[in-house]
Design a protein around this ligand. Structure first.
Ligand SMILES: [Fe+2]
Ligand SMILES: [Fe+2]
Length: 344
């Protein structure tokens, strides 16, 4: 994409460097395939809500809440990025919540051996919410030296967890007996990071319930298609997330697809203003919408009714006696679910 199309001068990026210039040529890749290792944050939203309310409500720090342990699962995705030269690089986005669930999900998707063999050597932490971060031990016991990106605002206890700490005296809180020894890249607000050409990690400064701050969003620019937006929870809001590429990257106004949580009606409490997000998606011109996790079922139903290109799932895990939550709708295929892969 030429610099003229943006009216500003595009600059070449330096890999793994947080540059703060205006519009950058972030490079391109041939494609990105995303495997949903698990989109199931937890099994029953009512149970989680009761746990949070009992501890004092959404302003309570997430490490001070006693959770119902049988209700916990976790978010994690495997990103397979194919560079222009055909070389593949694998990245893990988030590490889930329950270590038991994550061990199961890793085994089902082959991520366990990919970590052990060093084929996945980078973990991008979107944010340290329990369902994205508390399962860290499952990742670190297989790859303690993994390179890790995380928001610079990562909570103090979450940083202690990296070094090996046990918070599990409170039910559902994490422990990690495998201290992280790899490279750490705290992502500073205002900067952008480039694990490889054609791929950017952008940290958003956003205040999030349960004492969390900041979320990394991943953008991948696919040759001849456009930008693929990859989120954990989408806490910065759909408008900010979708408009970021056009104001940061040369050619970033052309969006192609998205994957991950949108944080719209995550507890199925639909409100009229949420309809705007459907229109926002349509205007963005996305051609493949693979949202799941904290995207409410109601959003999925409405997006499909509005004719948006929502990618359906296969409900693959049903045969493994562990069912996803959000994909478990009618025929079980409303969303891309656990074990499904979507290619952009
Ligand atoms: Fe989440
Ligand atoms: Fe979250």
């Amino acid at each position: 994409m030429s610099a003229q199309s943006t009216g500003k001068k595009a600059k070449r990026l330096r890999e793994n460097d947080g540059m703060t210039s205006d519009l950058l040529d972030m490079g391109e890749v041939l494609g990105v395939s995303i495997t949903c290792v698990s989109e199931t944050g937890w099994f029953d939203s009512g149970i989680l809500w009761d746990d949070v309310q009992r501890a004092g409500g959404p302003q309570t720090n997430q490490y001070d809440i006693a959770y119902t342990e049988s209700n916990l699962a976790g978010f994690c995705a495997l990103l397979d990025v194919e560079a222009l030269d055909g070389r593949h690089s694998l990245y893990l986005l988030d590490s889930g919540w329950s270590t038991e669930w994550m061990d199961h999900a890793f085994a089902m998707t082959g991520v366990d051996s990919l970590l052990q063999d060093g084929e996945v050597n980078t973990l991008i932490v979107s944010h340290d919410h329990n369902d994205h971060f508390f399962g860290l031990e499952s990742t670190l016991k297989r790859a303690p030296d993994i390179t890790m990106y995380y928001p610079e605002s990562l909570g103090e206890k979450s940083l202690q967890l990296l070094d090996g700490k046990d918070f599990s005296a409170i039910p559902g809180c994490p422990k990690n007996m495998f201290p992280h020894t790899g490279k750490r890249i705290p992502t500073r607000f205002g900067n952008r990071y480039y694990p490889q050409s054609g791929m950017a990690v952008v940290p958003f400064d956003v205040t999030i319930p349960l004492g969390v701050r900041g979320e990394n969003v991943v953008y991948v620019k696919v040759k001849d298609k456009g930008i693929v937006v990859i989120t954990g929870c989408g806490h910065p809001g759909l408008s900010a997330i979708l408009s970021c590429p056009s104001t940061n990257f040369a050619g970033g106004e052309k969006l192609f697809g998205c994957y991950g949580g949108l944080h719209i009606a995550p507890m199925e409490q639909w409100e009229p203003h949420m309809q705007e997000s459907i229109e926002l998606m349509r205007k963005a011109g996305l051609q493949k919408i693979a949202c799941n996790h904290c995207t409410g079922r109601e959003w999925g139903r409405r997006a499909l009714r509005a004719g948006l290109p929502v990618v359906r799932g296969t409900d693959k895990y049903r045969e493994f006696n562990k069912v996803p939550v959000l994909a478990d709708e009618a025929d079980g295929t409303l969303y891309v679910g656990n074990g499904d892969t979507v290619s952009f």
